[in-house]
Write a new protein. Structure first.
Length: 653
């Protein structure tokens, strides 16, 4: 069977590059509504006929919305490297302009060892000219990425191998416009998304600049704090000039910038003189590195410095410690033209253009950090890998269909994979407490899941309810960790302490019970809107509500909510007793309330109480089809021919 991949494809075929209005009013609005499951040769044909694609695959979130944003990105198996053969320089007036700078032709790429082995095809863009080649090289991953961060890191590694390609192509929401003139390499070629690949290819020679094209030397574009500048005169010839640049104050110059750019570990170690340290997981590594004095790392004596990324005559950069009390150092450029803020990680990424993983390893070498795993950590890592294998197995949908249906609907599998990777980074160093604990704030988890904090909180509660993760009560949290959490709550003036979660080992019996619980959830018509203390209390009882929401233990339902739920139940039974069935829409329309926000509150309470109501009045919620309509004598004047809502009716034994 022909292999197919999922992405978003715009149906219109363009003969020239789409205009700004085409992109704004046509492509941007329509492409996100057009997911495709397409064979590689069909994709190649579509791109060479001028169709536009988005490299990632997007789905609706739990609220039913879909946008071309990273928060809606689900997975990705396609990437194209863009070769424009241009560089951005400054003209005589200091404005940024792009000029031709040939570094790779189509023929260079087609004969490259890596491309021949891993790329599927190449297509020319509409701007391609014989004397100015512009084209894209398309790679298909051997399996989809479900972590956007991992996907970006892999694409960054591609850019490291082909530094002349456009670095913006790592964005999973990026539009790739079509073109013409297809060059097929091998439709069966696949690029492994395993990180081990990059260690195997370091010996491959990069593409050499083609003969016969003009070169521009960039060797003098970044001396100490950019004391030279590239300028373009009226005849468009590039020249180096330092006539108008004064000698800058050395106290405000970052003298280590060139060492960082050159990846010079030994020189940085001799300057910084760090003490060797042993840490036990990557979370500790990240925290330790962010606490290192940035002034020492950059090589400055002042908190106010000349920006390390762009030329300037008045210092706009500042080095400071975060006011959150975590001891982390930050660098910020305050200029409007080159605004930047970040930790030691973002600084090094931007200066070197390398991936986050490579930057982490580089900084670990600079600060002489060694990670040491104990036997407990090794065992826990193996357990996480085996758990992930079960969730990703081809047999899972057949063995546990209700779990697969429910978790697939809301994208919870992808969330679990990300959480499992996060837990692996933070394996406990204490062998006396071998639990798989993680205790990041909702904001931190939201960044990793690439969702809003509110949506992330709902999803964590969802996973807690289904016992995929366990939310610890205060009495269950290790003493040192509890103290740290309480201090963090006080310092940040939070209402609640950050939750501490535990992941346990799961077997067949667990998944069998989970599948039954998912079946019950689906039968009751519950959604993520039901996932709150009141929703769990009404549908599954006080004990379950207290387990999922330990910080709300014993919380009572408000009188207003009780009154509205009573009205919902009353209107439901009126309709069911009168004609044998009701729809949620009708019920809510018959519940008359007169205050701002009443419609949203009614809809929310319907989702919280529906399961409780079905049990209380011996009702069931069923899907509608033609046979059901016929069986219940539902005519077209009551429910239109094309209308098939869920029905609530007396349970049929």
């Amino acid at each position: 069977m022909t292999e197919r991949i999922k992405l978003m494809l715009h149906p219109k075929k363009y003969q020239t590059k789409p205009t700004v209005d085409d992109i704004r009013f046509n492509i941007n609005k329509e492409i996100i509504k057009n997911p495709v499951h397409i064979a590689i040769h069909e994709l190649a044909k579509a791109l060479s006929k001028g169709q536009t694609v988005v490299s990632g695959y997007f789905e609706k979130d739990g609220e039913g919305y879909i946008h071309r944003r990273e928060t809606h990105w689900k997975h990705q198996q396609f990437v194209a490297l863009d070769f424009d053969n241009e560089i951005e320089v400054k003209d005589a007036e200091g404005k940024k302009v792009k000029i031709k700078h040939i570094e790779a032709t189509i023929d260079d790429v087609l004969h490259n060892e890596f491309v021949k082995k891993y790329a599927a095809f190449v297509y020319e863009t509409f701007s391609n000219k014989p004397d100015h080649p512009k084209f894209r090289v398309v790679f298909i991953f051997d399996k989809p990425f479900y972590s956007l961060r991992d996907c970006k890191n892999t694409i960054i590694n591609l850019h490291d191998l082909f530094p002349m390609s456009d670095k913006a192509c790592k964005d999973g929401t990026r539009l790739f416009f079509g073109g013409n003139n297809l060059h097929v390499i091998n439709y069966n070629n696949r690029l492994p998304n395993e990180t081990t690949l990059w260690g195997d290819i370091k010996g491959i020679k990069p593409i050499c600049p083609p003969k016969g094209y003009a070169r521009i030397s960039l060797d003098n574009t970044s001396k100490l704090n950019n004391s030279n500048s590239i300028q373009i005169s009226n005849n468009n010839k590039v020249s180096n000039s330092n006539e108008s640049v004064s000698i800058l104050n050395n106290d405000k110059l970052a003298s280590n910038v060139q060492l960082i750019r050159q990846w010079d570990v030994q020189s940085l170690v001799s300057v910084i003189k760090p003490k060797p340290i042993i840490l036990y997981n990557y979370h500790d590594v990240y925290n330790y590195l962010k606490k290192q004095d940035l002034k020492l790392f950059l090589g400055v004596n002042s908190n106010s410095i000349y920006d390390i990324f762009h030329e300037e005559t008045v210092p706009s950069g500042s080095v400071f410690q975060s006011q959150s009390g975590n001891g982390h150092w930050l660098y910020r450029c305050h200029s409007t033209s080159s605004n930047f803020a970040g930790t030691i990680f973002q600084i090094t990424e931007k200066l070197t253009g390398n991936s986050f993983v490579d930057v982490r390893n580089f900084l670990m070498d600079v600060y002489r950090i060694t990670i040491q795993e104990n036997e407990t950590q090794k065992r826990l890592r193996e357990e996480i890998d085996s758990y992930k294998y079960v969730l990703q197995s081809e047999e899972f949908p057949d063995m546990f269909p209700n779990t697969y249906k429910l978790f697939k609907r809301y994208g919870f599998f992808e969330d679990l994979y990300i959480l499992l990777d996060l837990i692996k980074e933070n394996l406990p160093a204490d062998s006396d407490d071998p639990r798989l604990l993680f205790y990041h704030s909702i904001n931190t988890l939201a960044k990793r899941l690439m969702r809003s904090s509110t949506n992330t909180g709902i999803r964590m509660n969802f996973l807690t309810f289904f016992k995929m993760i366990y939310k610890l009560d205060e009495s269950e949290v290790p003493e040192k960790l509890l103290h740290m959490q309480l201090v963090n709550k006080k310092n940040n003036k939070h209402r609640y302490m950050n939750s501490t979660y535990e992941l346990k080992t799961y077997n067949y019996d667990f998944f069998f019970e989970l599948d039954g619980l998912c079946d019950e959830w689906l039968a009751k018509g519950l959604t993520t809107k039901s996932m709150n203390y009141e929703g769990i209390l009404r549908n599954f009882g006080r004990e379950e509500a207290d387990r999922v929401f330990p910080q709300d233990k014993g919380k009572e339902v408000s009188e207003l909510h009780e009154d509205i739920v009573s009205m919902i139940e009353r209107e439901t039974m009126k309709l069911v007793n009168k004609r044998g069935w009701a729809t949620e829409k009708e019920i809510l329309e018959n519940v008359k309330l007169y205050f701002k926000g009443q419609k949203r509150l009614k809809e929310s309470l319907m989702k919280r109480c529906i399961g409780e109501m079905l049990d209380k009045y011996d009702l069931e919620r069923i899907a509608t089809n033609k046979n059901v309509k016929k069986e219940m004598n539902i005519t077209d004047d009551v429910l239109p021919v094309a209308s098939f809502p869920k029905l609530i009716r007396k349970k049929v034994s």
